[in-house]
Design a protein around this ligand. Structure first.
Ligand SMILES: Cc1ncc(COP(=O)(O)O)c(C=O)c1O
Length: 399
């Protein structure tokens, strides 16, 4: 007779599309920074579902009870109506960023699609080109994919017209690339999938200046970086600039699918009735989860904690002295460890998982950690010990 795990895995092979390179592991329970699989193995999760459980971890009590309460009252109502949870989430996001208005949807790709449509309509004079950057990641829909590097586009060409991809951080190239057809610049204020790349303040401020000079929308994709992950509510706040548009997903929903496109007051009337939409976007159930999660940020001082715990993690990793490490970078609890070429990041990730630790790799041979912001310090330290043990056991040997 098959075990429960074998049964689930064989049915997953039969029924689930094979587009993820899924592992033969079936998860059954989560609590805080822990996950358990169907074999009863416990993991420390330093990646919380690609960031989705980023604020409070798995199944935080206050989020679960908010969802239970809301589920008994109203699941969805369609967007001809509104409800308190969506208004409160929008107000919370605006209160922590800049005066503006929010469009809700479910995924980061969709939030970026909204921003792209906004950019074209806001230009109002036929300008349509969007500038994005190498090593970025903006999603898998045709519009967001058009802004994402070519390696993700293979087999899906042609992309949208008019996308220009430039080296991240190169202000001169940016200035030279802007022409009379450019409508917007989209960028992650810290690149996630691209290997945790932190730009200079000068670059971010230069982008803002060029956007002002040429009437371009500055769109910050904070799907990975917000809220609070990098030690500020939004990562753009490290650079003393304010974008025109912010896109959010992952952690903002407290573990449920919610995404948002936050548009500054200057452009908030561009997407007028009928111009854009999302049937279940901002449904009260996901918004109730989001609100419970977002309220934790101030109550638990999560920005400050992300900064402190991030500093401590950097210290521990640096002190390890492992020769597997080429460079450590990041802000707050968004940390990337660039490994030496002889130490493949994927092998380190696999070896950690064997030892009950979940981390992830990123482009350019980087391993990433992005734990729940409320992770207990002793759990974080024990996880880092495991990671360091694995890094040491993979150290390149002298020839
Ligand atoms: C910066 C960034 N933007 C957009 C996305 C796409 O988000 P989603 O998978 O929710 O569509 C991702 C996904 O990892 C991301 O990292």
């Amino acid at each position: 007779m098959k075990s429960i795990s074998e049964e689930i895995l064989s049915r997953s092979n039969t029924y689930l599309l094979n587009n993820y390179g899924r592992l033969d592991i079936c998860m059954v329970r989560g609590e805080g920074s822990y996950l358990w699989d169907s074999e009863g193995k416990q993991y420390i999760d330093l990646f919380v579902g690609f960031g989705a459980g980023g604020i409070a971890g798995h199944c935080a009590k206050e989020i679960v009870s908010a969802v239970q309460k809301q589920a008994e009252e109203l699941l969805s109502h369609g967007n001809l109506f509104t409800s308190m949870p969506q208004v409160e989430v929008a107000a919370e996001l605006v209160r922590n960023s800049f005066p503006g208005k929010v469009f809700f949807c479910h995924s980061g790709a969709e939030a970026n699609e909204a921003a792209l449509k906004l950019a074209r309509k806001a230009a109002g004079d036929g300008r349509y080109k969007i500038i994005s950057f190498e090593n970025s990641f903006h999603g898998r829909t045709m519009g967001s994919l058009s802004l994402t590097p070519a390696s993700f586009q293979l087999g899906f060409e042609p992309m949208l017209d008019g996308n220009v991809m430039l080296p991240y951080g190169d202000l001169e190239a940016l200035e030279a690339a802007i022409d009379s057809e450019t409508a917007a610049i989209i960028l992650e204020p810290i690149q996630g999938e691209g290997g945790i790349n932190v730009p200079s303040i000068g670059f971010m401020q230069g982008v803002r200046r060029l956007c002002d000079q040429h009437r371009l929308l500055m769109i910050c994709d904070e799907v990975w970086t917000a809220p609070a992950r990098t030690g500020r509510y939004f990562a753009y706040q490290h650079f003393n600039v304010t974008p025109d548009v912010l896109t959010l997903a992952k952690a903002v929903g407290g573990g449920l699918p919610l995404a948002a496109c936050l548009i500054s007051d200057t452009y908030a009337d561009v997407l007028d009735p009928g111009s854009h939409g999302c049937t279940l976007g901002g449904n009260p159930l996901c918004c109730a989860a989001a609100l419970a999660a977002l309220r934790r940020i101030e109550d638990n001082k999560l920005c400050e904690l992300a900064e402190e715990k991030g500093q401590r993690a950097l210290e521990i990793l640096r002190q390890s002295g492992s020769s597997s490490i080429a460079e450590i970078r990041g802000k707050g609890l968004m940390i990337g460890i660039k490994l030496h070429d002889a130490v493949p990041a994927s092998e380190v990730v696999d070896a950690c998982r064997e030892k009950g630790l979940i981390i992830c790799s990123a482009k350019n041979n980087v391993v990433r950690i992005a734990p729940a912001l409320r992770i207990r310090e002793d759990i974080l330290e024990s996880a880092l010990c495991t990671l360091i043990e694995v890094l040491k056991s993979h150290e390149p040997q002298p020839a």
